[in-house]
Ligand binder design. Structure first.
Ligand SMILES: *[C@@H]1O[C@H](CO)[C@@H](O)[C@H](O)[C@H]1NC(C)=O
Ligand SMILES: *[C@@H]1O[C@H](CO)[C@@H](O)[C@H](O)[C@H]1NC(C)=O
Ligand SMILES: *[C@@H]1O[C@H](CO)[C@@H](O)[C@H](O)[C@H]1NC(C)=O
Length: 190
C-alpha cells in the first residue's frame, strides 16, 4: 500500500470512528476510552512536513548544552549534546506555515561515523492533530541522504502510536550546521 493510499485510509477511518481524547481526563473517561479500544480499528496516517534546525542568527532553535573534552577534536563531534525547539512547517521555506514543533535533544553518539541519538516530541499545533504529539527515539546517521527513525509512542489522537519517520536532508550548511529536513511520517494509531 502506497503512502497516498495510507493517507486515504486514515481519513476514512477518522470519519467512521472518532476516538476523542483530551489531556485532562479522569478515571471514568480513561475506562471508557479503554472499553472503546476493544472495538477500535487501527488508523494509518501519513504526515509530511519540514523541520528547521537553526544554529545561526539571533534566534537559534537549537543550542549546544554539553560536550566532552575531546568532542571538538573528534571528526564526528562525539559527545556533543544539543537541545532543540525546532519549527515544523508545511513547506521547506522558513516562511511556510508552522504546523508544530520538534522539542527534545540529540547527542553525537558515533565515534567512527556521524550518528546522532535523537529523543524528541513532535508537538502538533494545527488542525485535527492540534495538541497531539508523537515521540521519536532512535539513531539518525545525519550525513546519509535518507534515514529512518522509530516512532515509539504518542499522545492525544496519537495515543498508543507506533511507526517510523523517513528523513531526507533538504538543506544543510556545513559551516554553521543549519539544516532543513523533510519528514515523511507513517504512524499507526486508534
Ligand atoms: C579528558 O579528560 C580525561 C579525564 O579527566 C583525561 O584523562 C584526558 O586526558 C582528557 N583529554 C583531553 C584531550 O584533554
Ligand atoms: C490549538 O489548540 C490550542 C489549545 O487548545 C488553542 O489555543 C489554539 O487556538 C489551537 N490552534 C489551532 C490552529 O487550532
Ligand atoms: C552557510 O553559513 C555561512 C556562515 O554562517 C554563511 O556565510 C553562508 O552564506 C551560508 N551558506 C548558505 C548557502 O546559506
Amino acid at each position: 500500500m502506497g503512502m497516498v493510499e495510507l493517507a486515504l485510509v486514515a481519513c476514512f477511518l477518522v470519519v467512521i470512528l472518532p476516538m476523542v481524547s483530551s489531556s485532562s481526563e479522569g478515571s471514568k473517561e480513561i475506562d471508557q476510552w479503554l472499553q472503546e479500544l476493544t472495538h477500535a480499528k487501527q488508523k494509518a496516517t501519513h504526515l509530511h512536513f519540514y523541520l528547521h534546525d537553526t544554529f545561526s542568527g539571533r534566534n537559534p532553535t537549537v543550542v549546544e548544552v554539553a560536550q566532552s573534552n575531546m568532542t571538538h577534536s573528534s571528526p564526528t563531534l562525539f559527545g556533543l549534546m544539543n537541545v532543540m525547539d525546532d519549527p515544523l512547517t508545511e513547506g521547506p521555506e522558513s516562511t511556510s506555515k508552522e504546523v508544530g514543533r520538534a522539542q527534545g535533544f540529540y547527542g553525537s553518539s558515533g565515534q567512527k561515523e556521524m550518528g546522532l541519538l535523537m529523543a524528541m516530541s513532535l508537538v502538533f499545533t494545527t488542525g485535527k492533530f492540534n495538541g497531539s504529539s508523537l515521540t521519536i527515539l532512535g539513531r539518525n546517521p545525519a550525513m546519509e541522504p535518507h534515514r529512518e527513525l522509530p516512532i515509539i509512542g504518542g499522545s492525544g489522537v496519537f495515543r498508543l502510536a507506533r511507526g517510523f519517520a523517513a528523513l531526507k536532508t533538504y538543506y544543510y550548511n556545513a559551516s554553521n550546521g543549519d539544516a532543513i529536513v523533510e519528514y515523511n511520517v507513517a504512524v499507526i494509531h486508534y
